[in-house]
Write a protein that binds this ligand. Structure first.
Ligand code: BTN
Length: 297
């Protein structure tokens, strides 16, 4: 595009979409602000050109659950890295069948398709990798230092900032759908959530550009996925440093088993080590921590 009329039309289109653009008679156009809307092209344009596998990004205004969308697209043969964002989810779900509240435009509600080449026995590693990649993306964007509550929550200032739901589909072409719910621009949470939930805005004191954070997280995922196979120790080392549960008395479910004891850290595969009152150490490869003490020892 070079023709002045075409540029003016494009600018008019961008203004209509919510971009604030200043026009100077000699200097040309200047972008003042972007709309508070997720825009696939905007996210894609901020990803490194030479990236490994995160290529396709879709944005929907309202869907049931982005995990369901990605899972359906995966069954139709979509490539690994396909990412679906929704401004709003009407049936967003969390772990243990809980509902995930997905307020329109306040967060990042998205799912990414994973087709790991590693043996299925290593797939429980995926959740901790997602936490690692998300936490790193947040930091790289200038967000707060976070902690991981094994295996799938990201905490900041002792409150939940993000949740991760990895669902696997086995069969001839097994794949996993990783869903992430990240609270971004919530100015506050109503009681009783206010004592347990936080957002990037609450932590940093200012609203953030969701397209920018989305791109930082996807870039971090693109760059670090190979660690699952090549150097999972790096992810475990990170998780051990920012381990929210270490030293807390916890209750965890693993399948139909319930395990109670003090969280003692992670093993080299990212399994949670729990020392029971009888002194026995249990190793949880996957599971849910349903309760934990407020203070750590
Ligand atoms: C949890 O903390 O229990 C996990 C929450 C995961 C929520 C995300 S939002 C995007 C994706 N779609 C869903 O329905 N759930 C995940």
């Amino acid at each position: 595009m070079g023709e002045p009329g075409a540029v003016a039309r494009r600018i008019a289109g961008l203004r209509e979409a919510g971009y604030e653009i200043e026009q100077h008679p000699h200097l040309g156009y200047r972008l003042i602000s972007s709309p508070d809307r997720l825009i696939a092209d905007d996210i894609l344009s901020r990803l490194p050109e030479r990236r490994r596998w995160v290529r396709e990004v879709m944005v929907f205004q309202s869907v049931g659950s982005t995990n369901d969308m990605v899972t359906n697209l995966a069954r139709d043969g979509a490539d690994a890295g396909l990412t679906v964002f929704a401004e709003e989810q009407t049936a967003g779900r969390g772990r243990l069948g809980r509902r995930w509240q997905s307020d329109p435009r306040l967060g990042l509600w998205f799912s990414i398709l994973l087709r790991p080449g590693t043996p299925l026995a290593e797939w429980p590693r995926l959740t901790l990798w997602v936490a690692y990649a998300v936490a790193r993306g947040i930091r790289e964007y200038g967000g707060p230092q976070t902690m991981v509550k094994w295996p799938n929550d990201i905490y900041a200032s002792g409150r939940k900032l993000a949740g991760i739901l990895v669902e696997t589909s086995l069969g001839r072409n097994p794949f996993a759908t990783a869903g992430i719910g990240l609270n971004v621009n919530h100015p506050c949470f109503p009681a009783p959530l206010d004592t347990t939930a936080t957002s990037l805005r609450i932590e940093t004191g200012a609203p953030l550009d969701r397209n920018g954070i989305a791109a930082a997280i996807l870039a971090s995922m693109d760059e670090s996925f190979h660690l699952i196979d090549s150097d999972f120790r790096e992810i475990v080392a990170w998780a051990s440093e920012v381990d929210f549960l270490r030293g807390r008395w916890i209750s965890a479910t693993a399948g139909s088993d319930i395990c109670e004891g003090e969280a003692e850290g992670l093993d080299e595969n990212g399994a949670l080590l729990v020392r029971t009152a009888a002194g026995k150490v249990s190793r949880l490869n996957s599971g849910e921590v349903t309760r934990f003490s407020i203070t750590s020892r």
